[in-house]
Ligand binder design. Sequence first.
Ligand code: DHB
Ligand code: FE
Length: 292
Amino acid sequence: MAKITASVFTSHVPAIGAAMDLGKTHEDYWKPLFAGYEFSKQWMKDNRPDVVFLVFNDHATAFSLDMIPTFAIGTADSYQPADEGWGPRPVPVVQGHGMLASHIAQSVIQQDFDLTIVNKMDVDHGLTVPLSLMCGSLDPKKDAWPCPVIPFAVNVVQYPIPSGQRCFNLGQAIRKAVESYDEDLNVHIWGTGGMSHQLQGPRAGLINQAWDSNFLDMLINDPVAAAAIPHIDYVREAGSEGIELVMWLIARGAMSDITDGKQQGTPPTLKHRFYHVPASNTAVGHAILENA
Ligand code: DHB
Ligand code: FE
């Protein structure tokens, strides 16, 4: 049987990818940010998963106002990196896991969550920056990402967007789906995006360190309460793009201490927690949880 053994939470700022691709990680501005991921890169090597289920948001790369799926699962065998701004990143092509992804789609849809099935999709900084932070710089000509990735895109860009509670409930359905896959696979689930940031309007540049810190505490120790945070609180406190944080609740809801919407059983072990301001316009948060 496949099993979710760990969850990873991290921001996805595009400038982080550009800093890595342009060799700027040792500059004073970036050094403290990348120092926070040294532990994580070693942890990835020591706990290499068979598959990463990567919850992220697309930023008008694969989708546009023409088509706005709330939840979209990638069932393809590979995904090309693409991006706005700095352009497609020079990183390896992302290999998928069509078999497991199709199984999860079948199971989760039968558990009454509506997923869009995506057989062809380019992936932007929302997906490739978390991979780069966790796996380090790779040469697309000779390196590969350490394992296949199932991209799971959540619409947090164009309203209406899903609530944190729905994301948390979906995480539980995803765990059931993974655990009903008939092959021994070690699966990690990643929740990405956030933390506080606002890129537009009079409040552009907003960062709320106190709120972020409290969100990390709740996510780790009281995820049921974190799931109940209403949408308006994210927007008011963490900024219009801080709403990306609802995606972290999908990964947290998939951990083994959550059953029937309640926290029961042994909580996961916190392996790493990191927070840094600023990275571009964003507060960067990061945590790694291992199932008991
Ligand atoms: C920035 C952050 C994001 O989440 C994003 O998608 C684009 C830009 C930023 O901080 O610059
Ligand atoms: Fe973003």
